[in-house]
Design a protein around this ligand. Sequence first.
Ligand code: UT7
Length: 331
Amino acid sequence: MSAASVVISGMGTSIPDKVVTNSDLSRVVDTSDEWIRSRSGIAERRLAGEKETASTMGAAAAEKAIADAGISKDEIDLVIVGTMSPDMPFPSTACLVQAQLGLTPVAAFDVIAACSGFLYVLETGTQLMRSGNYRNALIIGSEKMSSILDWQDRSTCVLFGDGAGAAVLSLSDTPNIGVGQILLRADGSKMDLLNMPAGGACIPPSAESVSARQHFLKMNGKEVFKHAVREMGDITLETIEKNGLTPEDIKCFIPHQANIRIIESIAKRLGVSMDRFYVNIDRYGNTSAASIPIAMWEARQKGRFGPGDNVLLTAFGAGLTWGGAIVRWTA
Ligand code: UT7
């Protein structure tokens, strides 16, 4: 860690009010509460209303994060949003968040790294902060997954949920606190395992693409599962080692919430009790880029970690992308 540390000085979330249970979904597609719970660990998820989008949920989470950091909006000079369900192809959701928050014309852009989005925005924000050009950065993971799900495809629509989480990154003179070394990985050769085929230049929107349901998320769940178990396990161990720590030094593990069986496999591989892993997939499903900041905020609220504790974050998603990060908590 460099002398000028980058710390998470505030966090906030925005979670839609509407709760949809597995039983509710069994009236939409041929599924059951038993199948969804046993295969994924999900009991219910939140779905956004018509007027809620990645930008509105992101801005609401950001407002809370700014208040939590105890700063004013004028002190934010960078906005980065991780999302795979943006309000529109362009402009970026970050620009829409910036407008909704009424910020001055500070830099704003999106990062697409799917479910690894929060780790990618954490690294991007941290490194830009270390350039010395910014005082406080807003990093956000926000998703309206319900807008890109095929509600006729039971193999995917039961797994995801909507929501947003945000963090404020600030500089601190105290050495060796805050964001440690982050490891990011990608393997685009496996892009066929999880993607949305249409809507870009390869398959521009057309009546044919819509009737072929190509504007929805497609996933080869079994293959993604295998890669997630292996890569998240490997990157978690590597991240701990690169930061000069051992699994025993980690107070709380915050994995991306895609499947309870993936989380259990990482815990087993590390020889760490599940008590040290924060899990909320049962209540929210997979909220993609929002899953880590929502889980981290909740874990902090519940006292699962505090000042001086090492928190490990790990994620896996479309791209394929994956990564790991250590945060030594300060606030
Ligand atoms: O966050 C990004 C990364 N995403 C992930 O990490 C997700 C990774 N994948 C997974 O979590 C799991 O693969 C799933 C939860 C998606 C599926 O679990 P699985 O144990 O791999 O099940 P499967 O895909 O092998 O499906 C088993 C059976 C199939 O029926 P047959 O062919 O065995 O007769 C499916 O048709 O379950 C059937 N099935 C369902 N049945 C009831 C698939 N979806 C459903 C459903 N309800 N919703």
